[in-house]
Design a protein around this ligand. Structure first.
Ligand SMILES: [Zn+2]
Length: 265
């Protein structure tokens, strides 16, 4: 399922033990892609967030991994997707399990001697927890920790590329994700099954809405039976290519700053 490796030689798991000792240094940056396996409506596979996390990490490592001394950790596929717990096939970890997994992987990754760890998160359901994990891992293991996202809207919405159609709510399986999948894995997209599924009543709210000032707990079947939230009908591979390449360029820029970030003490 994963994208063919770009041959950039920056995947940590491809090294031997002596190579890890020699090549991974305190100044190295560890990049940990985190995806999900969860329903994305009738037109997309469960693997969307895994594909996006994995492909983004591989693309950015190919672009600047050597120059910035980035080492990519294996992509984690299963994460906190409990908002889709109603749907068969969605695999998920509870918040406490995911926090334990993140803590253990970060602890073992710190044994390489690298001092920077970046979570590259492709699933909005993980964002809050990974924000907490940044401080937890910093305090427990002394790593400098960072959280980045491969493309907007990474999280709880408020914006999306096809704004008018989606009313700022293309947060899950909508125009953006569908376009990116048409670019990365067109063989897995069934456009003839794509339908618009936008919770219009939320758009009338000023505060309690995606991207509004009031956060609210939701499950993906709270908005209807389709499972996705957004309008994938106008998605194109060309738009996906632009979104993906723009996000990789932004990630490269962010990694450049991260790779030299210090607290200045
Ligand atoms: Zn997704």
């Amino acid at each position: 399922m994963s994208t063919p490796r770009a041959g950039h030689g920056r995947n940590l798991e491809d090294l031997t033990l002596p190579e890890v000792r020699e090549r991974v240094r305190p100044s190295s940056t560890l990049l940990w892609p985190i995806g999900a396996v969860e329903q994305h409506g009738p037109h997309l596979p469960l693997s969307v967030d895994h594909v996006v996390a994995d492909s983004s990490a591989q693309a950015v490592a190919a672009e600047c991994g050597e120059e910035l001394d980035v080492w990519v950790l294996p992509t984690m596929s299963v994460s906190k997707s409990d908002e889709h717990s109603w749907s068969p096939g969605s695999l998920w970890l509870s918040a406490s399990t995911l926090m334990s997994v993140v803590r253990d992987v970060a602890s073992s990754a710190s044994s390489t001697g690298a001092e920077r760890l970046v979570f590259l998160n492709a699933h909005g359901g993980n964002t809050a927890l990974l924000g907490v994990a940044c401080r937890e891992v910093r305090r427990l293991f002394g790593l400098r920790t960072f959280l980045v996202h491969p493309f907007v809207p990474p999280d709880h919405g408020g914006r999306s590329s096809s704004g008018a159609n989606e009313l700022g709510m293309g947060i899950h399986g909508g125009f953006d994700e569908t376009s990116v999948m048409l670019h990365l894995r067109p063989d897995l997209v069934q456009m003839h099954k794509a339908v618009r599924s936008v919770p219009e009543r939320l758009a009338a709210n000023r505060h309690v809405r995606f991207g509004g000032g009031v956060a609210f707990g939701w499950l993906s079947d709270d908005f209807g039976p389709d499972g996705h939230i957004g309008d994938p009908t106008a998605a194109t591979a060309e738009a996906g290519k632009q979104l993906f390449e723009g996000s990789v360029a932004l990630l490269a820029e962010q990694l450049a700053e991260i790779s030299t970030f210090n607290f200045g003490r």
